[in-house]
Design a protein around this ligand. Structure first.
Ligand code: SIN
Length: 337
């Protein structure tokens, strides 16, 4: 459907996947009691008449899910729609409406796989469409503004919420309910949107690498957590189940409890790729000069949080299964992306 017929405006495609931005509630005063993914994208677009002054919007309902239930299949479908629309000659940009819960994972997936010849902007909302002070309408308008903005070209996958522009690589959800739930802990936002004024205040991290293919078969890659008195049952069970990669949400600067480290060392000896990330939420996991059994014998995730590190490991092992046996190559990959 089209929000405007003015042919002088840029064309922006909105791919809808569900989430709270498409959520509804019988009680407009509640931002917590609602059902995500109920309002069709045609209605979301109609609810923002100002879109017609910004772009010719073409809306497509790719899915209608609560993003906690995100699947590899939907990522594949989304990548296909992004790849299709981004090379249509009259398309200036693409907006994806998404749930906030796994938005950072979809943003990382697209960051790693999509060259984005036009801006690809993910947006969402913390409050359902029917709530008092819903944040979705302005987020959608701002996302379309950024997608249509020539300055957004070449900046990779972007995330626009709460008047801020974040890099898909860096952004994470850091609050359960606040409208300013999204942050880029290590780098800060890329810029901001204030009505029609869009300003990029920094460049995204330079990209020295190409794009990883969207897998046709997805290896099993899971996350385990280091904490006080961990057991090794989960790691051993995952190895028995055929896991190919493990990301540890480690303490502090990538340190791992000795019990878990022993289980992971056995997993690594059995051919499982093991990557250390930090559960702290910010910072870079150092690569020690001298590997120790507690930490340094496993690849460092750098500044990727456990969920983003899992995506990189997943795509790396899907494209090259033997990379898991080569810690040096895997470390180079994590350093580069
Ligand atoms: C979801 O992630 O789909 C539900 C939560 C949200 O969008 O805020």
């Amino acid at each position: 459907m089209s929000a405007s017929s003015s042919s002088s405006l840029p064309r922006v495609v909105v791919l809808a996947t569900g989430g709270t931005i498409a959520g509804s509630s019988g009680d407009p005063a509640s931002s917590a009691q609602y059902q995500a993914a109920t309002v069709p994208v045609s209605q979301l677009v109609q609810a923002v008449p100002a879109l017609a002054d910004v772009a010719r919007v073409h809306a497509e309902q790719v899915a209608q899910i609560d993003s906690k239930d995100m699947t590899f299949g939907l990522w594949q479908q989304l990548a296909e729609r992004v790849a299709y629309w981004s090379v249509q000659p009259d398309v200036a940009g693409i907006v994806i409406t998404h749930g906030t819960d796994t938005l950072e994972e979809t943003a990382m997936f697209l960051h790693l796989t999509q060259p984005c010849p036009v801006p690809v902007v993910i947006t969402a909302a913390m409050r359902p469409a029917t709530s008092l002070s819903a944040d979705g309408p302005l987020n959608l308008l701002d996302a379309v503004r950024v997608a249509a903005c020539p300055d957004a070209r070449g900046q990779g996958v972007l995330v626009v919420l709460n008047q801020q522009i974040h890099a898909g690589r860096d952004v994470t959800k850091a609050h359960t309910s606040a409208v300013d739930a999204f942050v880029s802990p290590n780098a800060g936002p890329l810029g901001f949107v204030q009505d029609a004024y869009i300003r990029f205040t920094r460049a995204p991290a330079s990209r020295e690498t190409g794009y990883l293919p969207v897998p046709s078969a997805w290896p099993m890659v899971e996350i385990v957590v280091s904490h006080a008195q961990p057991g090794r049952v989960a790691v051993d069970a995952l190895v028995s189940a055929g896991v190919k990669g493990l990301v540890v949400a480690a303490t502090g600067n990538g340190s791992i409890h000795e019990t878990l480290a022993a289980a992971l060392a056995d997993a690594a000896s059995a051919g499982v790729a093991v990557v250390r990330s930090s559960r702290t939420g910010a910072g870079h996991v150092s690569i020690p000069a001298r590997p120790s059994p507690q930490a340094g014998m496993f690849v460092s995730a750098g500044d990727h949080n456990p969920y983003k590190a899992r995506l990189l490991l997943l795509l790396a092992l899907a494209s090259d299964p033997v990379m898991g046996q080569d810690g040096g190559r895997l470390q180079s990959l994590f350093t580069a992306y």
